[in-house]
Ligand binder design. Structure first.
Ligand code: ARG
Length: 433
């Protein structure tokens, strides 16, 4: 590793030191690859801020900015590799500048600490994650609306406790995912607003003895507001990450519900759905198998987010001030965000390529499933509901044979019911989140 930026003298780390350093850095520098472009962007804004208050001369600021632009390009095209030579991404930026610009490069860290440097890079990263998740969720909602519209009145059983309950439709089933994905997308948007505050300029957590142009730098980076109090800014580290993952967890619960439904409905026992060929795999031994692996892996992806939430929750229980523990919130955040964004990408094609076996769905609605309608109908004719319930149970509570569910479906006219799904309203929401 190159000499740490915090070393007071040039020194040669001995083996024990190197071993301890490796533990303390762990996978930090590799994780910083995810944050590097944001760190460079925030560093450029910091440099413009220093120039604005006269602490960098225009030619110095320009030279640093040009060199950072060059680093950004080199990182993108792979000629600069962020690896274990550096303690972290922040050190790599400074070394790159010092190597190329000498003393001018050494000026870049004036007025900031790695504590606010990492915090701002993480904020920018999380804002992008939320935006991408939101877009994917809207796409998933649209795919669900599409299937709902194609099968608006196609009957299928509605289940509670996984037991046949009342007649339902594919429109209702898929409309539910459209609305739930809209809810998850709007939670991403709300969370985005909640975290849209700039910690840069809070330094190590106590500010610095400089008139930093904090407002200007925050605006330059596109933030909506500042994190004002430096200690509060530090205290929010990890907790902001937790809230971002909480929003992604909501999204992944919907993915998990969809994955569950599709894996159950594609069993031979149900036979309601055949998944698209790209989303199933075969067995190495059983030639007859078609397994819903994509649905199952999407389901398991939700676990990565739940696990990351728990891990971060354990780490952030800390007193005031920066603690190195906080570094350990990066791995769960980056892993869970990556898993979520990957998973969400596959949801729209998974929905779009499903084949529905409408005959099987229709045949699975038995006459006993009309008992609730019967009880309600009798009540509207004056029988008290509890008596109507008992009469319906006697009449058809155990009835077998396939029912004609169309009357039941057409009668569900209140908003949200099978005959009045409100798909336009849900679509409007998807458009305006
Ligand atoms: N890798 C560190 C982290 O993620 C960067 C900040 C280091 N600050 C420090 N005081 N050691 O927290």
């Amino acid at each position: 590793m190159t000499t740490p930026i915090w070393a007071k003298h040039a020194h040669e780390p001995d083996a024990a030191h190197a071993d301890a350093m490796a533990f303390m850095s762990r996978d930090d520098v590799r994780l910083d690859r995810e944050l590097f472009v944001y760190d460079i962007r925030a560093t450029r804004a910091h440099v413009r801020g220093l120039r604005a208050i006269g602490l960098l001369k225009p030619d110095e600021a320009d030279a640093i900015d040009d060199t950072l632009g060059e680093l950004d390009g080199a990182f993108h095209n792979g000629t600069f590799i962020l690896d274990e030579r550096f303690e972290d991404g922040h050190s790599a930026i400074e070394s790159y500048l010092v190597e190329r610009l000498g003393d001018t490069g050494k000026r870049v860290h004036l007025g900031r600490s790695r504590n606010d440097q990492v915090a701002v890079a993480l904020r920018l990263y999380m804002l992008d994650v939320l935006d991408t998740a939101k877009r994917s969720l809207i796409d998933a909602g649209r795919a669900a609306i599409g299937l709902a519209r194609r099968h608006e009145r196609t009957p299928m059983p509605g289940y509670t406790h996984l037991q046949r309950a009342v007649p339902s439709t594919v429109g209702l089933w898929m409309g539910s995912f459209a609305e739930s994905f809209a809810d998850a997308a709007s939670l991403c948007a709300l969370t985005r607003r909640w975290i849209d505050a700039c910690p840069l300029g809070t330094a190590a957590g106590y500010g610095v003895n400089l008139p930093l142009a904090r407002d200007r730098v925050a605006e330059d980076l596109g933030f909506d507001r500042l994190q004002i109090n430096p200690m509060a800014a530090q205290a929010s580290r990890g907790r902001v990450e937790h809230q971002v993952l909480a929003a992604l967890w909501q999204a992944m619960q919907e993915v998990r519900r969809l994955a569950w439904d599709l894996s159950i409905f594609s069993t031979q026992e149900f036979g309601f759905v055949t998944l698209g060929p790209a989303f199933v795999t075969g067995s190495s031994i059983m030639p007859n198998k078609k397994n819903p692996d994509m649905a199952e892996l999407l389901r398991a992806s939700a676990a990565a987010v739940g696990g990351a939430l728990a891990e971060i929750q354990q780490i952030v229980a800390l007193p005031s001030g920066y603690h190195r523990d906080l570094q350990c919130t990066k791995a769960p955040l980056i892993r869970a965000a990556g898993v979520t964004l990957e998973a969400l990408r596959h949801v729209p094609p998974l929905i779009e390529t499903c084949t529905l076996h409408t005959g099987r769905m229709k045949d699975a609605i038995d006459r006993a499933m009309l008992a609730t309608d019967r009880a309600v109908r009798l009540s509207t004719e004056g029988v008290p509901f509890r008596d109507a319930y008992r009469r319906a149970a006697e009449e058809i509570g155990d009835a077998t044979g396939t029912a004609d569910a169309s009357g039941s479906i057409d009668a569900r006219v209140s908003l949200g019911g099978c005959a009045n799904l409100g798909l336009d309203l849900i679509e409007d929401r998807l458009r305006t989140i």
